[in-house]
Ligand binder design. Structure first.
Ligand SMILES: Cc1cc2nc3c(=O)[nH]c(=O)nc-3n(C[C@H](O)[C@H](O)[C@H](O)COP(=O)(O)O)c2cc1C
Length: 202
């Protein structure tokens, strides 16, 4: 884990990407389960928890997985911009990120993520009904035979058409570190491949 009290803008930017990368890899890190916000077609902001599946400072990408039939995909087709909010209790660091998103379903990016997904994660893509639609009664939306077990690799392949990767290249990063002797806040904006940072009053 990086130094929780970076003192320069460069150190803060480094900390943001280090913690995002750790968060993508480690389930116990607070950044592993960020809130992702989209805008619905009537302009209503909609937020939900997701799992951070990838963060890469080299390409400037953060990504999550979702069901390709989910309502958030409709939001993104109309407004392909998202906001993320990450918080880690131990570090007491919040990172907010905004940027454009691309949806990947049938391309090499989706395939690479699918191949790296264990069968227990693939199981939810086998949901027979479209997620987010009304149900007649309480529904688990899983094939009956998979209620108590993970699918085999072969069974899981039926979920592949429902699998999507949301890949975001943040253009703004807002950092807030809580501290008993004073919070620290900074904001970064990306132009091309370079980040410009400024201190912000917390
Ligand atoms: C801990 C946790 C992790 C979740 N991870 C994801 C995820 O990685 N991808 C996803 O689409 N939904 C995930 N969900 C479900 C979403 O929060 C949300 O209910 C679902 O995606 C439907 O969103 P939508 O109707 O806006 O499309 C997660 C929920 C929780 C509580």
């Amino acid at each position: 884990m990086s130094d929780p009290r970076p003192n320069t803008l460069d150190q803060i930017l480094e900390t943001i990407w280090t913690e995002l990368e750790i968060g993508a890899a480690k389930a116990k890190h607070g950044f592993h389960q960020p809130v992702l916000a989209t805008t619905s077609s009537d302009g209503t902001p909609t937020a939900r928890t997701v799992v951070l599946r990838k963060a890469d400072r080299r390409t400037g990408v953060v990504a999550c997985h979702t069901d390709a039939r989910a309502p958030k995909l409709d939001h993104l087709r109309t407004t392909p911009i998202v906001a993320w909010c990450f918080y880690d209790r131990a570090l007491r660091i919040q990172v907010r990120a905004t940027g454009p998103v691309t949806i990947h379903t049938a391309d090499a990016i989706a395939q690479e993520h699918w191949q790296q997904s264990p069968t227990r994660s693939r199981r939810c893509y086998l949901a027979p009904a479209t997620p987010g639609t009304p149900a007649d009664a309480m529904s688990l939306n899983l094939p009956t035979e998979l209620r108590d077990r993970d699918p085999t690799v072969s069974e899981s392949e039926a979920g592949r058409p429902n699998f999507a990767v949301l890949r975001c290249t943040p253009e703004t990063l807002d950092y807030l570190e809580l501290h008993h002797d004073g919070h620290a806040r900074a904001r970064f904006t990306r132009t091309d491949d370079a980040w410009a940072g400024t201190w912000i009053e917390p």
